[in-house]
Design a protein around this ligand. Sequence first.
Ligand code: BGC
Length: 386
Amino acid sequence: MKLKALSLLLCSALLFQNCTSKKTETTQDSTTSTIKSIEKVDFGNLPSGEKAELYTLKNANGMVVKITNYGGIITNWLAPDKNGKYVDIALGSDSLKDYLDASPYFGALVGRYGNRIAKGKFTLDGKTYTLAQNNGVNALHGGKKGFDKVLWNATPIDGEEPQLKLTYTSADGEEGYPGKLDVEVIYTLQKDNSLKIDYQAKTDKATVVNLTNHAYFNLTGDFTKEVLDHEVILNADKFLPVDETLIPTGELKAVAGTPFDFTKSFKIGARINDPKDVQIKYGKGYDHCWVFTDTSNKLKNVASVYEPNSGRVLEVFTTEPAIQFYTGNFLDGKAKGKGVSYKFRTGFCLETEHYPDSPNQAKFPTTVLKPNETYQTTTIYKFSTK
Ligand code: BGC
């Protein structure tokens, strides 16, 4: 009897120990400033007085990704070169002020509608909605105060693959869009030196949604250098020609025989100044949407970029149907950070997304989200070397 009681006691003590050790592993405490693989520091105050925070995610290899809940911006991203040296390869700044002063969406979460909507207007279920024309005559990247300029709620989730969960509720009518939209974005820094971004959204009225991340990369880690020597592959056999205001004409054009063919590796600079190509002229280089050959919504490898000096390779995987490949042609030195002012073509973006202007182009895959549906996409940016 005594023995039975003793073993029962031992058992429950063991059980308790198990429970508590498990608890420390999975506890998420957003009030403590330091947890195992995520650290939180203040990132300064917004003009509204709200406080922004900066989270540092680290994995066991030494990859570091810093993300602020202001705009969900990836501020720093340390990736290894062929000698194992980790250097920041993401354009941006260490200071909130720089982002508030001038940022061409550096590293930010873009929404409610990433990319352009022609003339800032679209019609849904017979009703016309008017958006801010913040890019010439067009609407760009969600409006004057898009998701890149709002404060998200952040929940750090510690673990071998640390996560930062960001949520934001966009009010019905915000920036002209219909429906209250609940958005959740989870950044996961994975063991294999990749960053996974899971996007989810739900609405209470039919609306349009196209979420992306607007990270600018320079795989040399030297932000004063142009990215023209980077070698790019895009697994896309078509692209969307645009008009002079960068709105798709509606045509899906084969890339074969054009400077837009990256189905085999080409240096960014090889054909970027082709004087005969009117599309290059309109984009001042590459600033177009490529449509993937694999049209499934499965996670697939869609792009890879290799920088020969450092040996860095960036691969992109996504469930989305298209990608805006933008070569920083509008960087003009106004945006500053990390000791430099960012000049012409010193960074490139690979913005996974649905096609621009889909709300006005019935033939494009739909970007309409209805109340009974869940918007769900995933994109992975993976670093390696060769
Ligand atoms: C657009 C560019 C624009 C840049 C920054 C890109 O997604 O395609 O035209 O200059 O974002 O706003």
